[in-house]
Design a protein around this ligand. Structure first.
Ligand SMILES: Nc1ncnc2c1ncn2[C@@H]1O[C@H](COP(=O)(O)OP(=O)(O)OP(=O)(O)O)[C@@H](O)[C@H]1O
Length: 238
């Protein structure tokens, strides 16, 4: 859960949302097109599918939602906190506490075991560590089991595992400690359709059990049916 100070805009008329954006735009540099984004609003625990052609700005939007980038204009509220008003260090802490990220290339730490990769967020966030029961390692084992990673793989370096296994380890790392929001950037692109559907089912089932919202980016329309909401990005305005 977010701290009281962070949830400053909560009241009965405006319940806390997993995310809410308004009038967002971002330009990567001078002479680059300005990316503009539709306003988003997602209730806690619900899931959003973001699609759009290559280059339409899906990854850029996820970076704005995670606070890795700050917008040139507009606002990003995550769990009631206005991210673009926080300093860089505060944004990093907020992300570590409240957001799980699954990157396109997974970004696992190659020299760490599967198990150590999954528990990593609990070393960066006392809040996520304290949310595990009784210890991070126990939740890591429960998640690895639920995500069908055989016990024989838990102590192996992630580089020795298959792409599908690495993807499920990245999902376990995002889920550990029950963050309120998971941002997933096209993590199924390397999978065949059976494995892609199985992965998505597992991710959403585990997220629902924790009341975690998922924002999932893909260009694959077939996945939209799994989500409460979908939004299409249209690309640069200029
Ligand atoms: N690091 C960067 N530096 C400069 N321009 C960038 C950078 N990252 C993205 N862009 C530009 O921003 C625009 C949107 O890119 P983005 O990666 O957000 O799109 P996307 O919809 O996620 O694409 P894809 O589906 O191919 O991953 C593109 O025109 C891209 O060239």
């Amino acid at each position: 859960m977010a701290s009281t100070a962070e949830l400053s805009d909560s009241n009965e008329q405006h319940p806390i949302r997993a995310l809410a954006t308004a009038d967002l735009s971002y330009q990567w540099g001078p002479g680059q097109p300005t990316l503009t984004f539709p306003d988003l609003s997602l209730p806690l625990g619900q899931h959003l599918f973001l699609r759009g052609a290559s280059g339409s700005g899906k990854s850029t939007l996820l970076s704005l939602l995670s606070g890795m980038l700050t917008p040139d204009a507009g606002t990003v509220r995550i769990l009631g906190s206005q991210l673009d008003r926080l300093g860089a260090g505060q944004r990093d802490r907020f992300r570590a506490n409240h957001i799980g990220v699954i990157f396109q290339q997974f970004n696992l730490v190659p020299y760490l075991t599967a198990e150590a990769n999954v528990t990593l967020p609990c070393r960066l966030s006392a809040q996520r560590r304290d949310a595990t029961d009784p210890e991070p390692i126990h939740e890591a084992h429960r998640l690895l089991t639920a995500l069908a990673i055989p016990q024989s793989c838990w102590h192996r370096k992630v580089t020795q595992l298959s792409i599908g296994q690495q993807q499920r380890i990245a999902a376990a790392r995002a889920l550990i400690g029950g963050p309120s929001l998971i941002l997933a950037d096209e993590p199924t692109s390397a999978l065949d359709s059976d494995n892609r559907d199985r992965f998505l089912d597992l991710l959403l089932t585990l997220a629902e059990a924790r009341n975690t919202s998922v924002v999932f980016v893909s260009h694959d329309r077939a996945l939209a049916q799994h989500f409460d909401h979908q939004v299409e990005l249209e690309g640069a305005a200029s």
